[in-house]
Design a protein around this ligand. Structure first.
Ligand SMILES: O=C(O)COP(=O)(O)O
Ligand SMILES: [Mg+2]
Length: 221
């Protein structure tokens, strides 16, 4: 068995930038919100740099960058609501699985590993996207960014899942594309695996010093 999975019982997957390239549909919704406010689009590049800490932070970063000012609480509230409305209408039009994802999820399941999804994305969007892409059946649990008081990089969601599934932290692996995943995993006492293709606020994920770093999921199968 490959080193990252040795002695593991539980694999916790991040969603955006790890399993799915969701930036195009996020950009469509975000750009609609910006256009309604007379602001220039965020585009794919903006989304890729600003995603990772949940929808509200994505909208806040976009408004701040494109208007030159941080939004007031009321402006942010309204724009966040508008973003969720737009995204809800089309969460999985251009969103795609990254190469090797479906095969990897199948392979790990066949080896008897428990698999769960821990994302900072609002929970309502998880099932429609997983279903549209045909990977929903592989996860014993899914946890959205609004499910608990705290989200990644806080370890709370990871520890919550490990407790629920009765797996010791040292037998759990967090796999993700961003420093939020690696910091959460380390703080939870999990092993950490970073994937190089996702979104990490414009920085190389190696800077977060994960236990393992892969450029392809072939390395896990
Ligand atoms: O910030 C988001 O909404 C995406 O978060 P994720 O990378 O934790 O799936
Ligand atoms: Mg991610």
């Amino acid at each position: 068995m490959h080193a990252p999975l040795k002695d593991m019982a539980l694999v916790c997957w991040d969603l955006d930038g790890t399993l799915i390239d969701s930036a195009p549909d996020l950009a469509t919704a975000l750009d609609a919100v910006l256009a309604e406010r007379g602001l220039a689009p965020a585009g794919l590049a903006g989304v890729r740099d600003w995603i990772g800490n949940g929808a509200r932070r994505l909208v806040e970063r976009a408004l701040t960058a494109r208007s030159g000012n941080a939004p007031s609480a009321a402006e942010l509230e309204a724009a966040h609501g508008a973003f969720l409305d737009h995204y809800r209408q089309a969460p999985c039009v251009e969103t795609r699985l990254y190469p090797g994802v479906a095969a990897c999820l199948r392979s790990l399941e066949q080896r008897g590993l428990k698999q769960v999804l821990i994302t900072n994305k609002p929970g309502d969007f998880i099932a429609p996207i997983l279903q549209a892409l045909g990977i929903g059946s592989h996860f014993e649990r899914t946890l959205g960014g609004d499910a608990l008081e705290r989200k990644k990089p806080d370890p709370v969601p990871l520890l919550h899942i490990a407790r629920e599934l009765q797996v010791a932290p040292e037998r759990a692996l967090m796999i993700g594309d961003s420093r939020n995943d690696i910091e959460a995993g380390r703080a939870a006492g999990f092993r950490t695996l970073a994937l190089s293709w996702g979104y990490n606020h414009g920085e190389p994920i190696a800077a977060s010093d994960p236990d393992y770093l892969l450029d392809s999921l072939e390395g896990l199968i």
